[in-house]
Design a protein around this ligand. Structure first.
Ligand SMILES: Nc1ncnc2c1ncn2[C@@H]1O[C@H](COP(=O)(O)OP(=O)(O)OP(=O)(O)O)[C@@H](O)[C@H]1O
Ligand SMILES: [Mg+2]
Length: 356
């Protein structure tokens, strides 16, 4: 089971939007997901159409001294393979109620360990502060995804979050792997490129290749209480989060974890050539382009397999190293299931494949 906290004490940088849509897109990759709303504002719960004021129990109850509940007790089913541990405003009382109590920073960790239901992913949406709740999330998770909004001052405060991670390591021997995600990006403006460069300077390799673009559809979807792919399948936000989920799933390979469909994805050399594949169950069209096609789409090459919805195409290539991309519903995308990426002279990322 992978545990991912979505944290950044900066408000409004896309934590909740990422928590909801990454979770939903992971379920489209056949993963079982639990989303824990650890923010008293309850935006993740409200964004999934939960009437939080009517709930009899919520994630607060796993911290409660009086009538403590297990995570299994409080989760709600949102969709197939998608559960939510909802939040309520009362969660804001936890910090005061537990002041001075031993083990208070490990309560979420204990609840996650005691959970009976099996999940492939636990995603935790954190509040915009570095208090006890965020600390509980970092303590319970082995990864932290840090959404960074592409604006001035966007990196401000990130150092303090990274400090908390260091404290966890020093005091508890607990390692949390940070990885940044650029959010609310406005096209390829020079400014966006600069912020992206700053993020890369700060985080080195630990930045998701996927970029979440700015689109009002994401705001609208949350207003309607559904993940983006249920609101507008064809918009850029849906494709961006689908790409992010693909990238997250593809990390499993490097971590030496888990099963399909990721293992069949990524470029694969066979006798007839190289099999290129792309998984996006909601895409209407997927085309392959690369330096081997002079960056022109190879029409009718990629065909979607009915049983698993994976788009596949074989290209015969001579030995050498090639760059390529997919055009998914008109948008140019790297191969999220291939970690070999090369940044071209003009700052564009392309996937690469080596043919022997
Ligand atoms: N890619 C995007 N494009 C446009 N609007 C977005 C995008 N991502 C998020 N938003 C909008 O920006 C606002 C803040 O996003 P969100 O709630 O996800 O941030 P947050 O980090 O969880 O905020 P908080 O710190 O308050 O918890 C919301 O109105 C959301 O709909
Ligand atoms: Mg939020």
């Amino acid at each position: 089971m992978r545990t991912i906290a979505i944290a950044n004490q900066k408000g409004g940088c896309g934590k909740t939007t990422t928590a909801i849509n990454l979770s939903a897109c992971l379920t489209l990759n056949n993963k079982k997901v639990l989303l824990i709303d650890l923010d008293p504002q309850s935006n993740a719960s409200i964004g999934l159409d939960i009437k939080v004021e009517e709930l009899e129990k919520s994630v607060y109850d796993i911290f409660s001294e009086l009538n403590r509940k297990s995570l299994d007790d409080v989760v709600l089913g949102i969709d197939q393979d998608f559960d939510l541990a909802p939040s309520q405003l009362i969660l804001s009382a936890v910090e005061q109620e537990l002041a001075g109590k031993a083990g208070r920073e490990s309560m979420l960790l204990r609840s996650v360990h005691r959970m009976h239901k099996d999940y492939d992913y636990v995603v935790v949406d954190c509040p915009p502060s570095l208090g006890l709740l965020t600390f509980n999330a970092l303590r319970a998770c082995s990864e932290v995804l840090i959404p960074i909004e592409m604006s001035v001052f966007s990196l401000q405060g990130v150092a303090r979050l990274l400090e908390s991670i260091e404290i966890l390591k020093a005091e508890y021997g607990h390692e949390v792997k940070p990885k940044a995600l650029a959010t609310m990006c406005n096209e390829r403006t020079l400014f966006a490129q600069e912020v992206l460069r700053d993020i890369k300077n700060h985080f080195g390799q630990d930045v998701y290749e996927t970029i979440i673009h700015s689109t009002v559809r994401l705001k609208e979807a949350a207003g309607f209480g559904v993940p983006i792919h249920k609101y507008s399948k064809k918009c850029r936000g849906a494709a961006d989060y689908m790409e992010l989920a693909g990238e997250v799933v593809s990390e499993e390979k490097r971590m030496g974890k888990v099963k399909s469909p990721s293992v069949q994805l990524g470029p694969r050399q066979v006798k007839e050539g190289v099999v290129f594949s792309y998984y996006d169950p909601i895409a209407k069209s997927v085309q392959l382009v690369g330096d081997f096609s002079k960056w022109k789409p190879l029409e009718d090459l990629m065909v979607q397999e009915k049983e698993n919805k994976i788009w596949k195409g074989i290209v015969t290539l001579k030995p050498g190293k090639y760059q390529y991309k997919f055009i998914v519903d008109g948008e140019w995308r790297i191969d999220p299931y291939n970690s070999e990426v090369l940044t071209s002279d003009i700052g564009v990322n392309n996937s690469t494949v080596e043919v022997s």
